[in-house]
Write a protein that binds this ligand. Sequence first.
Ligand code: ADP
Ligand code: MG
Length: 547
Amino acid sequence: VGVADKHSFQTETQKILHIVAESLYTEKEVFIRELISNASDAIEKARHLQLTSQKIMDGDLPFEIKIATDDDKKTLIIQDTGVGMTKEELIKNLGRIGYSGTGDFLKNLGDNPDKASVIGQFGVGFYSCFMVGHTIKVYSRSAAVGSKGYLWESDGAGSYSISEADGVQRGTKIIIHLKPNSYEFAKKATVEAIIKKYSNFVGFPIALNGQAVNTIKALWTLNKSQVTDEEHKEFYQFISKSYDTPNYKIHFATDTPLTIRSIFYIPSQHVEKYGMGRMEPGVSLFSRKVLIQQKAKGLLPDWMRFVRGVVDSEDIPLNVSREHLQDNGLIQRISQVLVKRILKTLDDESKRDPAKFNVFMNEFAGFFKEGLITDFKWKDDISRLLRFESSHEDLEADNKNTSLEEYTKRMKPDQNQIFYITVPSREVALSSPYYEPFKNKGVEVFFLYNTLDDFVFSNIGHFGDKKIVSVESKEAEEFISKDQEKLKDTLSQSEVSDFLKWITDVCGDKVSMAKATTRNTSTPALIVDHESATFRRMMKMMDPSKQ
Ligand code: ADP
Ligand code: MG
């Protein structure tokens, strides 16, 4: 073993090192993410070297990452069997901040598909260990056959030293001597939780104090057909920290406008209905299998907060701390693609298994209605998914729900509108004088039982080219009276007009017009062409003077 060489960090490195250690990262714990990412990159490079048929040092060593905590010595050790570093590489890569040996490696890779597995790019991650360590020792031995082992050591102040070291195996072993305010990172449970949070899906096995940690695969990186239901269930339970079985899964990959690999799950139940407060968003953003934002806001719209899942995009531009994206417009574009896909899949599912879908929609309808009202751009897609009761007689006894699309398929040849009535219950609807002429004519009517649905229908407005109108509207009246039989001659023309004149006189400006009709047979008179009853109730609620 030779004498230690002393080197000073470059001046800029000294300054930046201070920034990295003090303020670049919001959470100290991310140094673990950074060191594991480096270890994974190093192994990826060793694998690449071996694949391109070059002999590597210690060729039998398995590709793995070993982490060890020591609560007595207050140390944390992270060791990999990757490419390691020669003395020159130690100086170049660890002595100079902002220099990324990994970045160079990527440039040389060209279009090789292995590129997507490499994480590093900024050349600052390594220094994050000075946030928690007062002394860092890096033992490293390059994979180049015949290379020697070295120890790089620094207190992160002004200098580092390098000396030859015996007994070093291929790869890199980093020993962090923790500062007193960071002793928590010598505890196994703490470190395990952090590994699971950020680095659970890196592509190589991680063992913590001899035990495997990352046993769950990054399913989103696999082909759909490679993943079993059992694996989906396990993965879903891991990311959503729950014990149920997902109702629907959406495994989606695209390369435009960006490379996105994603998996979404729709749980079988949600907790908001128990009044347990608003759910948090359930989709996390990853880049190259490393967590960027847990439960990311903005990835899916807020009303989709019941969806659980993972989105990974290898080419999203990250800031240096890898905690934020540089481009917010980009996230919005990704979001649009994802929402479209989720809604499309649900529409397909609704046709594949309508009964299952109906159960799902009964449970989650509130979210979709919220989406329809608050997020106008998805109105059409959402309105296809919603289900409401209707008067159609062939619906099942225990499920009278139907879709707007099915309704339009059953419409009469001369019918151009979709009709609905807002009533307290099915019984009231069936005996309502407004519904009566539709029933007689065999025209289907949606039965809405609450103010929200009435509001949702007014928001939908149109379905395709069909206008949605209340049975109390003028359009409904025109539709019903257009093929009316001639008035039976029980009353003469002049008697009818006298009677209508009398009504308008008595009602004054409360009605604008009165007319005779054969639309109803069991009700003498009806008010039509006014806001729906529910709408009037809502207006009253908002304007106390009208109460
Ligand atoms: P980045 O990972 O963004 O390149 P880092 O500061 O994390 O930046 O690391 C700087 C460089 O040090 C890496 O690019 C890599 O060349 C080298 N390096 C860091 N950790 C290891 C390791 N465990 N094995 C081999 N090389 C490493
Ligand atoms: Mg790195």
